[in-house]
Design a protein around this ligand. Structure first.
Ligand code: NAP
Length: 495
């Protein structure tokens, strides 16, 4: 493991931190907070404060809902082709500015630049995909079974949407919601995570440049997200809540939304099993494990949280995975050399340490890593744990860090039971050369998304989402993502 030094971004790619923190974005204006409060944004690699963003008060929250309401008729009635062209322009501008956006993400989130570049490409795709979807929203027309009347189903924009996003993908989690919402004809208020608001504000400026009319997208930051979301959801003009974040906060938001019977989409936590059968292609399984575990340094809802390896291949897999983890370069996010950046906060490092210590007390052995790094920055080294007890805390909780715990199994039925023994059901991964077994196990695993001999499932063209307590609804996919932002209106007519 070597330490990479932060490299100054190329001149053309320097993010403008002052512009990205100049105000709340309401009705196409950059607005200061009436309360005068602000939230510091910290670089997790250096612990330096990068900028301060405004802490919105109740007045700004009301103004944002008003701005979204004022923009609704214009945007709803904008022809789909025109909406599509604006979304396409958002995609093009994101591609043009990809390096600047990646640098900004690396600075405020800490993720390795290569991960940040991947995120920008993924995030931009939601605009391209939904630009294409915006002109393909169609209704239904049928003769009623009794033959007496016709059934017409029209799909209409649901109304103003509150979008709340996490820090681990500051661009993609926002565009995965904004692009389909806008394609459907909705206006939105985005509340990005307090740790990574600069990317959301930089993107807001880009949407404006792409031609998104004032008020269609509004962005607010707050130090009191519970009060802000309660106030927004209490406004009867707000009809949709789309949330990505932890299951705990998701539950609280569902309770709040239920007071007003608001449509909810929930992208929540995960506890992904990564299953390697004896007959798997070992190199392919290792490649997949490195992606499923180490993309974003393990800070992903889809991250392999429990790696189940069959007896016959366990030792070889553990040794080879350890070699690959030890070869990773840990360092500052905004460096080309870094493979594994810092965690988002010191609290995140403490949580990982707590889980690793618990596993070791129950008999796990660290083949590499296993201790938080000293010094500046919120670093935790790539870690492989073997002989992990099935009752360890990390078998139940999201690790959200670069720790690969290996569990041993013998039989197919046994591993299916183990994999499903969790309240979560977001992603799962299966490695086997036996296609029949692969598909059989896929059908029995309780997860919304499965990588079969593949360590990456995210794709704007595929429905992303979870079962059980990992969420409600889907994002992306041919019609799934956009349908979350539409209501079906049925018209009965006789002729
Ligand atoms: P989090 O603590 O739940 O926060 C997510 C967002 O909710 C942030 O914007 C946060 O604002 C806001 N929030 C916090 N408390 C709130 C409240 N009481 N009312 C309204 N909003 C509130 O999650 P996180 O730590 O940012 O993200 C990590 C989690 O997200 C993990 O569990 C991960 O699995 C999950 N995730 C899921 C997906 C998916 O697609 N299923 C994707 C990515 C991440 P502040 O930042 O201001 O606190």
């Amino acid at each position: 493991m070597t330490l990479a030094h932060a490299r100054l971004p190329a001149e053309h790619a320097l993010p403008d931190l002052a512009a990205a923190s100049r105000g709340l974005y309401i009705g196409g204006q950059w607005v200061p907070s009436d309360t005068g409060g602000s939230i510091p944004v910290v670089d997790p690699s250096t612990e330096a404060v990068l900028a301060h963003v405004p802490d919105a008060g109740p007045d700004e929250v009301a103004k944002a809902v008003e701005a979204a309401a004022s923009a609704t008729p214009l945007w709803r009635d904008t022809p789909p082709r025109k909406r599509s062209e604006i979304l396409r322009r958002c995609f093009e501008l994101m591609v043009e500015r990809a390096e600047m956006l990646a640098q900004l993400i690396s600075m405020e989130n800490g993720k390795a630049l290569k991960d940040a570049r991947g995120e920008v490409a993924y995030a931009a795709e939601f605009f391209r995909w939904n630009a294409e979807e915006a002109v393909r929203i169609s209704g239904e027309f049928a003769l009623a079974p009794a033959g007496a009347n016709r059934i017409i189903v029209d799909y209409q924009p649901i109304g103003i949407c509150l979008l709340i996003t996490p820090w681990n993908f500051p661009a993609a989690m926002a565009t995965r919601k904004i692009a389909p919402a806008l394609a459907a004809g909705c206006t939105v208020i985005l509340k990005p995570a307090s740790e990574t608001p600069l990317t959301a504000y930089a993107l807001a400026a880009l949407y404006e440049e792409a031609g998104v009319p004032a008020g269609v997208v509004n962005v607010l930051t707050t130090s009191d997200p519970g009060s802000m979301s309660a106030a927004i959801l209490a406004d009867p003009r707000v009809r949709k809540l789309s949330f990505t974040g932890s299951t705990g906060v998701g539950r609280a938001l569902l309770a709040e939304a239920s007071k007003h019977v608001i449509s909810c989409s929930m992208e929540l936590g995960g506890n992904a099993p990564f299953i390697v059968f004896d007959d798997a292609d070992l190199e392919a399984a290792l490649d997949g494990a490195m992606v499923a575990k180490m993309r974003n340094a393990g800070e992903a809802c889809t991250a392999a949280n429990r790696i189940f390896v069959q007896d016959g291949i366990y030792d070889a897999f553990a040794a080879a995975l350890t070699r690959r983890m030890q070869a990773l370069t840990i360092g500052a996010g905004a460096s080309d050399k870094t493979d594994c950046g810092p965690m988002i906060t010191r609290k995140a490092v403490e949580k990982i340490s707590r889980l690793v210590d618990d596993a070791r007390q129950r008999g796990a052995r660290a083949l590499c890593g296993g201790e938080a790094s000293d010094g500046t920055g919120f670093f935790y080294p790539p870690t492989v744990l073997v002989d992990v007890d099935r009752d360890s805390l990390m078998a139940r909780e999201e690790i959200f860090g670069p720790v690969a715990p290996l569990y041993r199994f013998t039989h197919e039925d046994e591993v299916i039971d183990l994999a499903n023994d969790t309240e979560y059901g977001l992603a799962a991964y299966i490695y086997t050369r036996d296609v029949g077994r692969g598909l059989r196990v896929c059908s029995r695993i309780e997860a919304g998304m499965i990588g079969l001999n593949r360590g990456l499932v995210s794709d704007p063209a595929a429905p992303f989402g979870g079962v059980k307590q990992s969420g409600l609804g889907r994002e992306g996919g041919q019609h799934h993502g956009i349908a979350e932002f539409m209501e079906a209106k049925y018209i009965a007519t006789s002729f």
